[in-house]
Design a protein around this ligand. Structure first.
Ligand code: ZN
Length: 183
């Protein structure tokens, strides 16, 4: 299994266009982070042209399905006037979850390019292999680990900042209780 996967990696190498699109996905993820959303960005493209893009907006939209990939896939279908995206690729900073991996298959997406694997929800290689499951009616070509260092840094920075904010909040909450007790 491991061997056949690394073979796939050797055959399907990220192109210049894929790298440029991942750069764009990282920019989008940064924008999500600035809005206090988990930083995930996604771009759907065809022949070097961006068809649709999105970043995670679960909190702002109060929508549990507000994942970057799902939003980008829906927008791409509308932009092209076709739900079939066979000749498109999707670049995303984080390995898609079961919901988004299912959407990739339903969209008949041609290729998936992602940055880092997700040990908690990754459904493309890590926990499940939905886009390449031969029992389903479509298989997606996968290229993983593209600009992975940058994608890891993005998430790490976000969660470290968040932990720091939570620590400060907890500290601020404790303060008034103590002063009340003294008086
Ligand atoms: Zn998802």
């Amino acid at each position: 299994m491991t061997e056949s996967r690394s073979e796939i990696d050797r055959i399907d190498v990220a192109t210049e266009v894929d790298l440029a699109m991942m750069e764009r996905a990282i920019e989008l993820a940064d924008r999500a982070a600035a809005l206090d959303e988990v930083p995930v960005g996604a771009v759907v493209y065809r022949d070097g042209t961006i068809i649709a893009e999105a970043f995670n907006n679960r909190h702002a939209a109060r929508d549990p399905t507000g994942h970057a990939e799902l939003l980008a896939i829906s927008r791409a279908g509308r932009a092209l006037g076709d739900w079939r995206l066979n000749d498109c690729s999707l670049a995303v900073t984080l390995e898609p979850c079961p919901m988004c991996a299912g959407a990739l298959v339903n969209a008949r997406m041609g290729r998936l390019i992602y940055g880092i694997s997700d040990p908690k929800a990754g459904a493309c290689r890590t926990l499940y292999q939905i886009p390449t499951d031969p029992r389903l009616n479509h298989e997606v070509t996968i290229i993983a680990g593209v600009l992975a260092d940058r994608c890891v840094a993005l998430l790490r920075e976000f969660f470290e900042e968040r932990r720091e904010i939570n620590r400060q909040r907890r500290g601020a909450e404790r303060q008034p209780t103590e002063s009340r007790r003294i008086s």
